[in-house]
Design a protein around this ligand. Structure first.
Ligand SMILES: [Zn+2]
Ligand SMILES: [Zn+2]
Length: 253
């Protein structure tokens, strides 16, 4: 008879893809457990230096200030910093896609492990333990897929870091067409995209928040979430994502 642990591993092998999520190469699970092969892990693209001190977008040498670069200057003050593990390019984009559509916990754990290696500016303040909060998805998408990939990343990220996590936000709307709305109502529509969830209402004042999402694009979603959290009296928000979509126009001045 097989020991229970070996049996559990066999069952996992059956349920999860047999090969690397990114390239399909077979991974001998007992030798190297994981969903991404060693070659793909090495190929995950890191953003080049120098980077903006606020959002880590690549910048031209010596052209960054305390308010940030062209990419983050318009972000609200509550969204203090952003950090991301990889550039949204092969094979990182394949992992993001797989987590979004398959939701595998084992993949979320691996991706969150890479995010947990990022050092955050708030860690200079060793006295404070931040709270980890996922960016919520729309109720429709949650019904469709049965999970929120940002929540899976946030939970594993919090576990890696040993920090508490809280589903503090709800998405009240988002993705709805705004074309027919006059500008004032458009702004109101974006502002109202998030609200505080019931567990989020207590305990938030004065907290430093690590907001977790899979991908950073323009930062407008994180900015809206940070504004909502600021309404609950949090101190500041650091956005941590697995990947960032970098524009092709090169370093930001
Ligand atoms: Zn691979
Ligand atoms: Zn920046």
């Amino acid at each position: 008879m097989k020991p229970a642990l070996a049996l559990g591993r066999d069952l996992l092998d059956f349920l999860l893809p047999a090969g690397c999520v990114a390239c399909g190469t077979w991974i001998p699970s007992r030798a190297a457990p994981g969903m991404v092969c060693a070659t793909c892990r090495m190929r995950l693209p890191r953003p080049p230096w120098p980077r903006c001190s606020r959002c880590h977008h690549p910048v031209a040498t010596g052209r960054t200030t305390e308010d940030g670069c062209r990419e983050c200057r318009e972000w609200p003050g509550e969204l203090a910093h952003a950090r991301y593990a990889f550039v949204l390019a092969p094979p990182a984009d394949t992992l993001v896609h797989a987590l979004k559509y398959q939701g595998w916990e084992a993949l979320a754990a691996e991706m969150a492990g890479a995010m947990a290696e990022l050092r955050l500016p708030l860690e200079d303040d060793a006295a404070e333990t931040p709270w980890v909060v996922p960016v919520p998805t729309t109720p429709e998408r949650l019904r469709e897929r049965g999970y929120n990939q940002a929540e899976r990343l946030a939970r594993h990220y919090a576990e890696h870091r040993g920090w508490p996590w809280l589903d503090a936000l709800e998405r009240t709307r988002g993705g709805a067409t705004q074309v027919s709305l006059p500008p004032s109502e458009r702004r109101a529509n974006v502002r109202g995209a998030f609200s505080l969830s019931e567990p989020g209402e207590g305990g938030l004042p004065g907290r430093r928040i690590v907001l977790v999402d899979d991908v950073l694009t323009t930062g407008s979603t994180a900015a809206a979430a940070a504004r909502t959290l600021a309404g609950a009296g949090i101190r500041d928000v650091t956005l941590v994502t697995f990947a960032r979509a970098l524009p092709l126009r090169g370093p930001s001045p």
